[in-house]
Design a protein around this ligand. Structure first.
Ligand SMILES: CC(C)(COP(=O)(O)OP(=O)(O)OC[C@H]1O[C@@H](n2cnc3c(N)ncnc32)[C@H](O)[C@@H]1OP(=O)(O)O)[C@@H](O)C(=O)NCCC(=O)NCCS
Length: 214
């Protein structure tokens, strides 16, 4: 049985640890669980009884197989950490599914390193890449295609047949209308309704969504 390392030891990380505890209670999957955080001030402390062991450089020295889950919501930080950890081929990135999520497991193609929190609905005929975070109560409608390293905040509603690229950050309660295409690297602020296709690299807010020039 492998050990599990949770990268990041912030507030959201404790939610992920709680999810891990629930999964372990149903069927033990991992031997020991540790946090990893690059902030030296919290190394050697504990969070919910779990040790913050070291910074991420430590993981590059491990030569036995380990599981890693990245619990950092910021898409750019997540990408940097993924690229670094992929250099160690002993590292595996399991998908973490809450037992309280509804997932059409028979009709989904999904990569690695995704987090699917409680009460998420991953509907039917989905293609999902890797390292996405689906926070609680988010719903993804039928026939959506989703790339890599996107963050979906709580209660995001993606309607059917939407295509989403990489590294988009959807704020809490945001909505995308059916059949729309969302590019890459967009910030969609909370409570925003996307009703048109989006290109790359912009920030949107409001109902209907307007581009914010920051
Ligand atoms: C919270 C949020 C609405 C804006 O917060 P913020 O970054 O503090 O934004 P501010 O109110 O400081 O505004 C930032 C800039 O946008 C501008 N702005 C804000 N609302 C605007 C609007 N409707 N139209 C035009 N410009 C606007 C502000 O004037 C400001 O510009 P300035 O820096 O030149 O003064 C946005 O960041 C957001 O939705 N984030 C996601 C939150 C979320 O989902 N959290 C869940 C985590 S689990």
């Amino acid at each position: 049985m492998k050990d599990l390392y949770l990268i990041g030891a912030g507030g959201f990380s404790t939610e992920i640890l709680h999810l891990v505890e629930i999964i372990q209670k149903e069927k033990k999957q991992w031997n020991q669980v540790f946090f990893i955080d690059d902030n030296p001030q919290i190394q050697n402390t504990e969070l919910r009884g779990v040790k913050v062991l070291a910074g991420s450089d430590f993981l590059m020295t491990i030569d036995s197989e380990i599981d890693i889950v990245i619990t950092i919501n910021n898409v750019n930080t997540r990408e940097i950490i993924i690229n670094k950890l992929k250099e160690n081929n002993k590292v595996c990135f399991p998908n973490l599914f809450s037992p309280h999520a509804i997932v059409d497991y028979d009709y989904i193609k999904i990569g690695e390193g995704n987090i699917v929190m409680h009460h998420v609905i991953l509907s039917t005929n989905l293609e999902i890449g890797s390292f996405n975070i689906f926070n609680s109560y988010t719903g993804i409608g039928h026939d959506c295609k989703i790339g890599d390293i996107n963050s979906f905040g709580p209660r995001v509603a993606i309607s059917g047949a939407v295509t989403i690229g990489d590294k988009n950050d959807f704020g809490v309660n945001s909505i995308v209308l059916q059949n729309k295409n969302i590019g890459n690297n967009n910030n969609i602020w909370m409570n925003t309704s996307i009703m048109r296709n989006l290109k790359d690299g912009n920030t949107y807010f409001g109902i209907p969504a307007k581009k914010i020039n920051l």
